[in-house]
Design a binder for this molecule. Structure first.
Ligand code: SF4
Length: 65
């Protein structure tokens, strides 16, 4: 079977981040870090970032990497 490669090693992706919000207008969703920390409007997460995450990643348990 020829499956698309997925980075399964990193858990610090947007999918596992407390700030990730699937209710965004565009797929995959939006980042509420800007809302919760910067007091700005949430921003849509680019599709090329969602599987990587960013330096502001925070686990849903509340600890950062
Ligand atoms: S962009 Fe960063 S802070 Fe926002 S959801 Fe993704 S990992 Fe979390």
């Amino acid at each position: 079977m020829n499956r698309k490669s997925v980075n399964t090693e990193s858990v610090t992706t947007c999918w596992n981040c407390v700030y990730f919000d699937l209710s965004g207008v565009y797929f995959p969703g939006r980042c509420n870090w800007f809302r919760d920390v910067k007091k700005e409007e949430p921003k849509e997460v680019p599709g090329n970032l969602v599987d990587i995450g960013c330096k502001f990643f925070t686990t849903k348990e509340g600890s950062s990497r």
